[in-house]
Design a protein. Sequence first.
Length: 263
Amino acid sequence: MKTKSTSSITLAIFLLQVWSVASAGYFYKGLALTSIDVIKTGDTSWGGNPLVHFDGTIKGRADDKDATFLKNIKEVKDATGKKVLEAEKLTVAQAKAIINQASSDGKGKPLFCIHGFNVQPRTHLKKVKAATVDKFNKGKFMPIPVMWPSEGGATNYWGDRKTTPGAGNGLKSLKKALDSFPSKSLLAHSMGNRVLRHAADSKLKFDNIFMVAADVRHDIFHKDYINSGDANDENRTELQGKKICSMLSSGSNGKPKGKVYVL
């Protein structure tokens, strides 16, 4: 087994802190991505972008197919007085421009962060906002929160699992755009790894993939498991491990640039 370098261990420590660090407030100015359905308000921002509302209580569907880039997320009250999140909806071209500019400014490489089970958008945004300025980051990464419908609670576990294919479809719909971004990595936490799994057959490319407390079987990467004869097993049929590994970007020598880390 290969020994991880000191830099890899430091990186792993930083990534784990993404899920434990909180930050005051939840106004998020940065770029974000969501497969949660957004509702147009009919208004526009000062910059002319459409304003949309979304909320963690909006239920997802297994057949969802879209994802939306957002920026300048804040909490407001809708027409009924309910607190919701308001954001500027961006085109793919606008999102690409933000990432390219951030990379040029030395703000770090994009790190797409998919939250896990029982995590509402506000909580996820707080944690990613904190990770952006965390001392372990030091400008190496530009964390981009990826939000998907997760109602949470013990009684909703299986219901949330059923929505992960739709969230995965949302990522797949943006394959062409995401693959045109500069060097990037992906972090998935808990049930967010099921979102990753459902996006795996699109062959999206990332330099490194971090599976934190993954809600999938870890032995999917073992040769004995991949070569097993249990064709009725869901994981075996989909060859999860092979598909996820195929999402690693290749260098000029044809070998993967990075690794899949199961943390």
